[in-house]
Structure formats: C-alpha cells, structure tokens
Design a protein around this ligand. Structure first.
Ligand SMILES: *Cc1c(COP(=O)(O)O)cnc(C)c1O
Length: 369
C-alpha cells in the first residue's frame, strides 16, 4: 500500500481547456490569463489580480513593488516555507523574525511592536496551513507605525479571519499554485491588490519592465519574466471555479481525520482559531518531539507518505545561520512546532479504509514500543 501525501485534483475540464489552448496560436499573453485573473480577483474579493509563474515570483514582485530594498527590514515569521523570507533577501532587505502562536501557527501580533526599528518597512504575515493570522491586530500595528503589509496567502486561499478573506487584508497578497496546493496550475502564482497603482506596477514588473503601452521593446524599469503561460492559465481558470468545492472536500476529510485520530493517546489534532475558517492546505498532527521522527519513519515505512513541516524552521536553515547567526532557542514556539508536527496524506482520493489504516498505524507507532 502506498498513500501519497498530496495529489493534484485535475479533471476532464482542465484537460479540455489545455487542449483548446494548444489548438490556438496564442500560448502566452492571451485571454486565458486575463480570465484567470478576473475570476480569482472576484473569488478573493479583491479588485485586481496579476497572474505570475510561481508564488515565489509573486512574493519577489511584492517586495519590489513596495520599494523594499538594501538594508530595509521586514517583520515575518520563521515557521513558514523558505520563500516568504527569501523574497527579502532577493533585494538585500532583512527578514526580521517574530515567533508564532501555538494554536494556529500564525505570526504572534503581541511580538511585533518590539521588533520594529527605524528601518522597518513592512510586515509579511504568513497564513500557514490554511489559517489566517490575526490580521485585524496586525493591520492596527501596521497603521500605527506606517508599515506596509504583504500577505503570504500561498497556503490559505479562501480562508477567513473575522469574516474577511485571506488576500484582502494587505497592500498586496500572494497565492501559489504548485501541485500540492489547494488548487494548481502546475507552476504558478497570483498577486492580488486593491491598489490600482500597485496593480499597474505588477503588470510591468512581471513583463520585463515594459510600460503600459506594452510597446514590445520599450522598457520603463528593471523587470522580470514572471509571466504565466496560457496553458497554465487555462488550468487555473478551471481550478478557480472548483476551488470552493475542493476546500469543502478537504474540510470534510479533515473532520473525518479529527474524529478518527482524536482518540489516540499522545496525539493532538489541529485547532481552528476562534475567529477563523480554515481552508486546509495540509492536515497536521502533533506528537511528542522525542517520538516524532520515529513515528514519521514508521509511517513512511508502512507506505503512508508523511512529512515534518516546517523542519527545520527558516532561521535554522544553514544559510540563514551562516548569514545571520541564528541558533536553536531563538524562536521557541516555531521550533517546538517544527519538532512535533507530522503532515499526513491529504487529498481527494483518500478512502475510509486508508484513514482506518493510518489511524491504526499511528496508534501503534505512538503507543506500542
Ligand atoms: C508554496 C508557498 C510559497 C511559494 O510558492 P511557489 O509557487 O512554490 O513558488 C510561498 N510561501 C508559502 C508559505 C508557501 O507555502
């Protein structure tokens, strides 16, 4: 038996849409990307969306567009995928970490003000695993100190906090469509914003710095090729239409897991924050740090593909230690989570029989020696 950690949910609609694009002559810069942007903006309650070729590209453009540069500081968290801090390093800016909250794994707003210095330009909260950070509080702090907000919503499309959606809080927000995310375009990403000037800047930056006339060989500023292809965009259109259903299905699977795994001694199921709705990027459980690696190995040896997320934390990645001198103990909650969490198989093809098998395997790995 082999149960995969994640699987993309691709149907006949995506296959048909890609085939149709391939029969046209327009494989880039065409109507599918525009439609994808329109649908995605509407689904996330934002005015503008700009499709790009990855979430990482989107984060890089967000940093560029907000004019964050050499020596500027951006407050973010170490309990995330590496790209949310690397995007500062691309521009020689400095990620300044604050620890996370133990329940939802999001940035702890109570720690932000102590991390602000005269060089702080922005806050970059990461909505981890499908849950929003406490954005009302983060917005208040940003406003008080005149800081920008870049939301990393790559793992949390359609998640809400106090009835507001991920992607609608910051100056701009970034989503990602790698195959393990809630929806996929193969590779791809999206930036959303309500600011028209930023929107126009994103259009230019992703397209080699061309001006709005889009005169092909006129470049107004330093830009990149972060465009998405029409093939990926065609997949994105169909996936965007299905996203609410995908997330509903993930929610049902998470509920099943919660009720089946909730009785295992020595295992903690995930907690949804009081003002949050969860959009379920991964399903994670916590076990004692001393047992975690043994349990993880046992799961994988038994065909249950599982991973330690996010291990190590960003500040304990080798090149962060070398560059900034971080050490174990700097961000204790993030480190504890990274030593205790196990991400389990979580996709649309998992059967009840497989859930039962995962439950009994986990139980014996944790509670029999
Ligand atoms: C997936 C992810 C990204 C980057 O996405 P890519 O499309 O793989 O570049 C950024 N931040 C977080 C938190 C992510 O999970």
């Amino acid at each position: 038996m082999k149960i995969f950690l994640s699987r993309p949910n691709i149907g006949e609609e995506e296959i048909k849409a890609v085939t149709e694009v391939l029969k046209t002559d327009q494989l880039a810069l065409g109507p599918k990307a525009e439609l994808f942007e329109k649908l995605f903006a509407s689904l996330t309650n934002t005015k503008y969306a700009v499709a790009v070729n990855s979430g990482t590209s989107g984060l890089h453009l967000a940093v560029r567009a907000l004019d964050i540069k050499d020596g500027d500081e951006v407050i973010t968290t170490p309990f995330s995928f590496i790209a949310s801090a690397n995007c500062m390093l691309f521009e020689k800016a400095i990620p300044v970490f604050v620890d996370v909250e133990e329940e939802t794994y999001g940035m702890n707003p109570d720690l932000i003000e102590a991390a602000i210095t005269p060089r702080t330009k922005a806050i970059l909260p990461v909505h981890v695993f499908g849950q929003c950070c406490k954005m009302d509080e983060i917005e208040k702090i940003a406003k008080k100190h005149n800081l920008k907000i870049i939301e990393d919503a790559c793992e949390s499309p359609l998640a809400t906090h106090n009835n507001r959606q991920a992607g609608s809080f910051g100056d701009c927000s970034v989503f990602a469509f790698y195959p393990n995310k809630q929806m996929t375009t193969g590779e791809g990403g999206m930036i959303t914003t309500n600011d028209e000037a930023l929107y126009n800047l994103f259009l230019s930056l992703r397209n080699q710095g061309r001006g709005n006339s889009l005169e092909w060989l006129t470049h107004t500023r330093l830009g990149y090729n972060y465009r998405i292809s029409e093939i990926s965009a065609a997949i994105g259109v169909e996936q965007t239409k299905k996203l609410p259903r995908f997330i509903e299905e993930k929610r049902e699977l998470a509920n099943k897991y919660n009720s089946v795994l909730g009785n295992i001694n020595g295992l903690t199921t995930p907690i949804t924050g009081k003002s949050n709705t969860h959009s379920w990027f991964v399903y994670s459980v916590r076990v004692n740090a001393e047992k975690r690696n043994k349990v993880l190995k046992g799961l994988n040896d038994n065909g249950i593909q599982s991973k330690a997320y996010f291990y190590p934390c960003i500040h304990l990645q080798e090149f962060y230690i070398n560059e900034f001198g971080y050490k174990a103990g700097d961000y204790p909650i993030a480190e504890k989570l990274s030593e205790e969490l196990i991400v389990l198989p979580f996709h649309h093809k998992i059967t009840n029989k497989e859930i039962t098998y995962i439950e009994s395997t986990l139980n014996s790995l944790i509670n029999n020696n």
